[in-house]
Design a protein around this ligand. Structure first.
Ligand code: AMP
Length: 944
């Protein structure tokens, strides 16, 4: 703006330095939302000098004030301003009107009628009243500029403006979007909401469809309630609007070209969603109510945890729907859904996230209470985990089991406030207003598709019955349930409204009810858009992975020449990439290893496992807190150019058209990240999917994922999973933390060949173990205790031939030339302690001791161990040696397997123990004590 323009504006505004407060207010408004101030002021504020930042919003108030005082001085010098001309009253009021508009956008939701029961007690904000803005009723007929209020007029009376604001922001939709920093997103919401005053005019066809969906939602619960009275079903009653909402999400995203929608939800309303959204055959549901067992599952799960898949037709074509299986641990399914969605997007090369949509349905209490919600939001825009925005729906029935006092349930105003951490817009809506529900759903989908960010719909409703159908809620929520007893259902209210406005005839209402009940009576599908012959190309075929025994051997050898060629490609750092000195040394060493000039170490063998799998057509995905480099600097899968910091990933540059190799350092979460990778692995059978813990004990933070999904998902829900978890483990005197990956926790979960637990001790073992995990069609989670000091241990090496010709050995027998007949003591062990035992034996020159490594602790390789024991016919002692305390490690969980093998070998033998004494803490903190203990356990192994 030219100086002369500024002065013109100055005069027109009748301002002087004395009115700096007025300007400050205007500036304050501008900071919140530039569109609320008249254009000439906006242009002026934009031009203000920024304080060390390009953003005008960083200009301090004092700068603004100084600018104006300066301008006022110049102005006075040029043309004295009389007191009377300081301001027209109107100009001042205009600013107040703009503030009023802004206040409604910011706080209108606080007075919106969101609670269908009308019981919610909320403080009334004063900022929405005229009187807070030096405005009175006498101003109502005065015309003001609308300042960006999207009501189709530049000017309107205060009365009209106020009415538009109240209709838009204070009816049955409470919108929160002013916390979003990006002004284009805020303007988008203003435009969409204000242009229809929060309520589009829907056609009678749409209204009829809404009623049909509500009838279905209500009809199913009534039917089940009558047929199976008192049986737990976690009914949706009170939150029936969820069903039309999901219908709109699927149909609208389908018309955007979405091909798959993955939904995660807790138990409430799940049966309703299965039948009325996914088109599950009601007859199958009735069978489940009657307790019929699902073929092929050893344990199965209750019906309200079951997932489902189906295809439905939308305007944009066929859409595949997947409902994730879900344990009772609320919220943990959300990151699983994200992982499953990301896997589908990766498979489709869907970088923007248009083709696969995640939908997460939450309960209000869990959304406010569970930390994994925050962890899941935190992943939403990160490179390794983003999915192009998730639609979150909170079924807000205003009570968590029996807890409904807000001052017990949370400290935030809304259950949804956590979503503000990623500036997600939040749309609260009264569940008893189906058209408002439809509108916010449309906004949510359109926003997600345009901005590729998360959005939250808070469906404020109620729970007509107790936590479940056998539970009596009035004992704990008397007033709420007195009101609920009087409350007419959403469908009844909406049907009445449609009949009253002549949008629908009364008999059409009854016809919908009858039609739905008849369909259930006849066990017919009730989703009209269900595709009876689904297009199978929309999802993965898991049949090749079904029905394999863990004992089947698979060839993991790899041609030596090709292996060397791949290695040469990996180690050829491109021109212009300058690697750091130590990394350069690692590359040089690896070049020697590939040429056979140096023994192969862990880092090289592991990298070659990935390279060879990629060569054979398998994608690889690896995430973890420091996975690119490796916590202990052994991997260096990502090279950082010392010139410009750019990353170069050799495994992504192996050959033209190679499968994906994804590697991401994760943010500092375990729970959500491991759940995500579980979701990814259960959706991508042909890939190697790895999560690596920074230290093994960090996986504790993801214990719920281990218990509820990884160890039991196959047996509860028939969901196979080939996830690999790398957990650094080893007693190296570093104290109670980071010594132990808590092996015992995993072993304790082992049964029915549910997972694999391996402790590889050589580079060739890790190479073949990783290759086996993908080449073998068996898909079982693999828990690996990975080493720390062994990564550089001189004896923990392999040869090129071991990689080319070997295989994964579940048990490794004695490697030194010790005559079996002379052996009287057999030491069994796993992991790093092996090398200490070997050293000791060699140093002491003992020929009566053999050392056997068990490299796979579960499924326990009893046959392989039997075979290895066979030559030892003169044994007097068999000892299990471990570094962990007696109550930890493998001792308690694996001894019965070893005892069985030993007893069969020689019934006079008894398995003895050499290890640390039982201890509350995993390891001692004092280095001297650690060394003493270590020395003793080795000695015990030789003497007990
Ligand atoms: P979805 O795309 O998740 O709906 O899966 C489609 C179908 O693939 C399911 O109905 C299952 O039959 C099968 N399927 C999906 N995931 C798995 C899994 N992890 N293990 C076994 N079968 C699966």
């Amino acid at each position: 703006m030219q100086e002369s323009d500024m002065q013109r504006m100055w005069s027109s505004a009748h301002l002087s330095g004395g009115n700096a407060a007025y300007v400050e207010e205007l500036y304050e408004l501008y900071l919140h939302d530039p569109n609320t101030v008249p254009e000439e002021w906006r242009t002026y504020f934009q031009k203000l000098p920024a304080n060390g930042s390009a953003a005008a919003t960083d200009v301090s108030h004092s700068t603004v004030r100084d600018q104006f005082v300066l301008l006022a001085k110049n102005q006075r010098r040029a043309q004295p301003v009389s007191a009377g001309s300081v301001s027209s009253e109107h100009e001042k009021k205009q600013v107040e009107v703009l503030r009023l508009i802004h206040a409604h956008r910011l706080q209108g939701h606080q007075v919106a009628k969101l609670d269908p029961l009308g019981l919610a007690q909320r403080p009334v904000p004063t900022d929405l009243s005229l009187y807070s803005y030096s405005l009175t009723d006498s101003d109502l007929d005065t015309t003001f500029r609308t300042g960006g209020l999207a009501i189709g007029k530049e000017e309107a009376t205060l009365r009209e403006i106020l009415q538009a604001l109240q209709e838009t922001y204070c009816r049955t939709i409470g919108s929160e979007f002013t916390h979003i920093v990006d002004s284009s997103q805020r303007e988008w919401f203003q435009q969409r909401l204000e242009s229809v005053r929060g309520r589009p005019n829907y056609s009678s066809e749409i209204k009829g469809h809404l009623l049909e969906r509500l009838t279905a939602a209500e009809g199913l619960e009534k039917y089940l309630g009558t047929k199976y009275p008192g049986t737990k079903r976690f009914g949706l009653e009170g939150g029936e609007s969820l069903i039309p909402m999901l219908d709109e999400i699927i149909q609208r995203s389908g018309s955007y070209g979405t091909k798959e929608v993955v939904i995660g939800m807790a138990h409430r309303g799940r049966l309703n969603v299965l039948v009325n959204t996914f088109g599950k055959n009601p007859r199958d549901l009735f069978d489940e109510f009657e307790g019929k067992k699902v073929e092929g599952l050893s344990s199965g799960d209750v019906k309200y945890h079951q997932g489902f898949s189906s295809n439905v037709m939308t305007q944009g074509g066929e859409v595949h729907l997947a409902l994730a299986f879900n344990p009772s641990h609320l919220e943990i399914v959300s990151p699983v859904v994200e992982g499953s969605v990301r896997a589908r997007q990766d498979r489709r090369g869907d970088v923007s996230g248009d083709k696969v949509l995640p939908v997460s349905i939450h309960g209000d209490a869990a959304f406010a209470g569970q930390g994994v919600v925050m962890e899941t939001f935190q992943m939403s825009q990160t490179r390794g985990y983003k999915t192009g925005g998730t639609v979150h729906i909170v079924i807000n029935n205003q009570v968590g089991f029996t807890t409904s006092r807000q001052d017990d349930a949370r400290s935030t105003e809304y259950a949804t406030d956590v979503a503000k951490m990623i500036q997600a817009p939040i749309l609260h809506v009264n569940g008893d207003d189906p058209e408002a529900v439809l509108f916010v759903t449309q906004l949510a989908i359109d926003y997600r598709m345009q901005f590729k960010r998360d959005v939250v719909i808070d469906l404020v409703c109620y729970r007509r019955r107790g936590h479940n159908e056998a539970d009596e809620p009035s004992g704990t929520q008397p007033l709420m349930y007195q009101q609920i007893a009087k409350q007419r259902t959403t469908r009844e209210q909406y049907a009445d409204a449609l009949v009253q406005t002549s949008a629908l005839a009364q008999d059409a209402v009854q016809a919908r009810i009858d039609e739905y009940r008849d369909a259930l009576d006849n066990g017919l599908h009730v989703v009209k858009s269900l595709v009876k012959e689904p297009n199978k190309e929309l999802f993965v075929d898991w049949r090749p992975y079904l029905g394999h025994a863990w004992t089947a051997r698979h060839d993991t050898r790899f041609d030596l020449k090709t292996l060397q060629e791949l290695s040469n490609k990996l180690l050829a750092v491109p021109e212009g990439v300058v690697v750091q000195r130590q990394v350069s040394k690692i590359i040089e060493d690896r070049q020697k290893m590939a040429a056979g000039g140096l023994p192969i170490n862990w880092g090289f063998a592991e990298t070659m496992a990935y390279a060879t799998l990629l060569f054979e057509g398998h994608p690889v995905r690896m995430t973890g807190q420091d996975i690119g480099r490796g916590t202990f600097s052994h991997r260096h899968a990502v090279l950082h150019n010392q010139k410009d910091g750019a990353a170069y990933v050799p495994l992504q540059n192996l050959f033209e058209g190679q499968p994906r190799f994804d590697i991401y350092d994760s943010y500092l979460s375990e729970e959500a990240v491991v759940a995500f990778e579980y979701g990814y692995a259960t959706t991508t059978p042909n890939a190697l999917v790895i999560w690596e813990a920074q230290f093994g004990d960090f996986a504790n933070g993801a214990q719920v994922v281990m218990d509820q999904f990884i160890s039991s998902g196959e047996h509860k829900w028939g969901r196979l999973c080939g996830l690999t978890m790398l957990l650094p483990h080893g007693y190296e005197g570093q104290g109670p933390e980071h010594s132990s990956a808590r092996l015992e926790r995993y072993l304790q979960l082992c049964a029915e060949q549910n997972i694999q637990v391996c402790v590889p001790t050589t580079p060739a073992q890790v190479y073949h173990m990783l290759r086996r995990q993908v080449i073998r069609p068996l898909r079982k989670p693999l828990v690996v205790l990975t080493p720390k000091s062994l990564l550089r241990h001189k004896a923990a090496v392999s040869t090129l031939e071991d990689l080319a010709d070997g295989s994964f050995q579940t048990v490794i027998g004695e490697i030194d030339a010790i005559e079996a007949a002379k052996v009287e003591r057999l030491i069994l062990c796993s992991g790093k302690v092996y090398y200490d035992l070997l050293d000791k034996r060699r140093n002491e020159g003992r020929e009566d001791i053999a050392i056997v490594r068990i490299e796979q602790l579960y499924p326990f390789p009893e046959d392989d161990l039997t075979e290895i024991l066979a030559p030892y016919s003169n044994l007097k002692h068999v000892v299990w040696c471990q570094e962990e305390p007696m109550n930890q490690g493998a001792w308690y969980c694996s001894q019965h397997h070893m005892r069985r093998v030993i007893a069969a070998h020689d019934s006079s033998l008894f398995l003895e123990y050499a290890g640390r004494a039982a201890s509350a803490s995993p390891a001692v903190g004092y280095a001297s004590l650690h060394a003493e203990q270590q020395e003793k356990l080795l000695q015990d192994a030789f003497t007990v």
